[in-house]
Design a protein around this ligand. Structure first.
Ligand SMILES: Nc1ncnc2c1ncn2[C@@H]1O[C@H](COP(=O)(O)OP(=O)(O)OP(=O)(O)O)[C@@H](O)[C@H]1O
Ligand SMILES: [Mg+2]
Length: 347
C-alpha cells in the first residue's frame, strides 16, 4: 500500500481537487483506492457528493475519537464503498475537535498511520489523503502516514511559503520518526498562455528541480463544475483536457516514486592516488569482486563508482589493491566478524 498525502498550508491551491481526482485516476487505472478526507471543511466529502450522508455517517474524526476513548473502530461503518474501486472516509466539522482532544498527547501524529497499518486496509493499493490548509495536528497525521507528499502550487508567489513549510515539517518528521517520504510539487490552475504563469514555473523549477513534476493541471471550469456536482472529473467529463491532465499527473507521480524507491544511484568515492585498482564491496553485492563494482580513477586521485541500491542500510568496504579498508570519509562504522570495521551507508 502506498499512501499519498496532499498537503500545503496555503488555502485554495487545489489540495482537494488533486486529492479527489488523483484518487479517481488511481481507481480508474484498476487500483483499489481509498480517499480520506482529513479536513474539517469536508470539501472532498462534498466533492464526492456525500454531504448529506456525512452528518450521520462515521467520519475520519472517529479514527481519532476511538484512540481518545480507547475503543475499537468499526471499519465497515467508517469506509464508504459505493464507487467501483474507490472507497472513501468522509469528514465533518467535528474533526477540528481531534486536535483539541489529542493535539498535546505524545505520539498523536502517528494515529492515522497506525490505523492504516490495520489488516483491514491491506486490500488498498493506494490511500490518498486530503489535508487542511495548515500545518497542525491533522496535516502532521497525514504527512506522517505518507510514502509520497504531493504539494499543489497555484500561481501566486505565496505558494512558495508553502514549499518551505513542507520541507520544515518533513525534516521535523524525519528527525522524530526517521521516515523520509518523497516530496513532489505540482502546479495547479495553470494557464500556459500567461507570461506570469511561465515566470512562476521557471522560478519554481529553479528552486525545486526534478521535484517539480512536469505535468501541470490547467485551469478549467470543468473541474469546478465537477466538484459542485459531487463528481470526479471522470464521472463528469472523462474526455476533457482536465481528465488527461490527471492521468498524466498520476502516472508521473507513480513513475517518479518508483524510480526513487526502487533504484537510488549511490556514489562511492575514495581518495587513493597511488592505488592500481579499487573496488567497492558490500552486502549489496555479496562482497563479490566483479567488474561492476570496480571504481573509475578520476584526474584528482579520487576513485568513483555508482551502485544502484534500494532503500535500506548497507555494510561496505573498499578493496584497494587487495587490501580491505573502510571508508575514511564516513564516520558511521560497525564491527564485523573479522575483528575490523565495515562502513555503514543508509539510503
Ligand atoms: N485546475 C483548476 N481549474 C479550475 N478550478 C480549480 C482548479 N483547481 C482548483 N480549482 C477550484 O479552486 C477552488 C479551490 O480549490 P481546492 O478546494 O481544491 O483547494 P484547496 O487547497 O483544497 O483549498 P483549502 O485550502 O480551502 O482546502 C475550488 O473551487 C476548486 O474547484
Ligand atoms: Mg481543500
Amino acid at each position: 500500500m502506498k499512501v499519498i498525502s496532499i498537503a500545503n498550508q496555503k488555502g485554495g491551491c487545489g489540495k482537494t481537487t488533486l486529492a479527489v481526482n488523483i484518487a479517481a485516476t488511481l481507481s480508474n487505472l484498476g487500483n483499489e483506492t481509498l480517499l480520506i478526507d482529513l479536513d474539517p471543511q469536508a470539501h472532498a466529502t462534498f466533492a464526492l457528493g456525500l454531504s448529506g450522508k456525512s452528518s450521520e455517517h462515521k467520519t475520519s474524526y472517529d479514527i481519532f475519537r476511538s484512540r481518545f476513548n480507547k475503543a475499537d473502530i468499526d471499519f465497515d461503518g467508517l469506509v464508504i464503498s459505493d464507487r467501483e474501486k474507490l472507497s472513501f472516509i468522509p469528514a465533518n466539522m467535528m474533526l477540528s475537535a481531534a486536535e483539541i482532544n489529542l493535539g498535546g498527547i505524545d505520539g498523536a501524529a502517528a494515529i492515522l498511520s497506525q490505523t492504516l497499518a490495520h489488516p483491514y486496509f491491506e486490500k488498498y493499493a493506494y490511500v490518498v489523503i486530503d489535508s487542511p490548509p495548515s500545518f497542525g495536528f491533522l496535516t502532521l497525521n497525514s504527512m506522517y502516514a505518507a510514502d509520497v507528499i504531493l504539494v499543489p502550487m497555484d500561481l501566486s508567489y505565496f505558494a512558495f511559503n508553502g514549499i518551505n513549510g513542507v520541507y520544515r515539517v518533513a525534516s521535523l518528521l524525519n528527525r522524530e520518526t526517521g521516515r523520509s517520504p518523497s516530496i513532489f510539487f505540482a502546479m495547479n490552475l495553470f494557464d500556459s498562455r500567461s507570461n506570469f504563469a511561465r515566470k512562476i514555473e521557471k522560478d519554481a523549477r529553479s528552486k525545486l528541480g526534478e521535484y517539480l513534476l512536469s505535468t501541470k493541471i490547467r485551469s478549467s471550469v470543468r473541474l469546478r463544475e465537477a466538484a459542485s456536482e459531487g463528481k470526479t472529473i471522470f464521472e463528469y467529463a472523462d474526455e476533457s483536457p482536465s481528465a488527461s491532465d490527471f492521468i498524466n499527473l498520476t502516472c508521473e507521480i507513480l513513475v517518479a516514486e518508483s524510480k526513487k524507491t526502487n533504484a537510488i544511484m549511490k556514489e562511492f568515492m575514495l581518495h587513493a592516488p597511488e592505488a592500481g585498482a579499487v573496488y567497492v564491496l558490500g552486502d549489496f553485492n555479496n562482497w563479490q569482486k566483479t567488474e561492476a563494482n570496480r571504481l573509475t580513477k578520476l584526474e584528482n586521485g579520487h576513485w568513483s563508482g555508482h551502485v544502484t541500491l534500494r532503500r535500506g542500510k548497507y555494510r561496505y568496504k573498499f578493496l584497494v589493491d587487495d587490501e580491505w579498508i573502510h571508508d575514511p570519509e564516513n564516520r558511521k562504522v560497525s564491527a564485523n566478524g573479522y575483528g575490523t570495521h565495515d562502513s555503514i551507508v543508509k539510503v
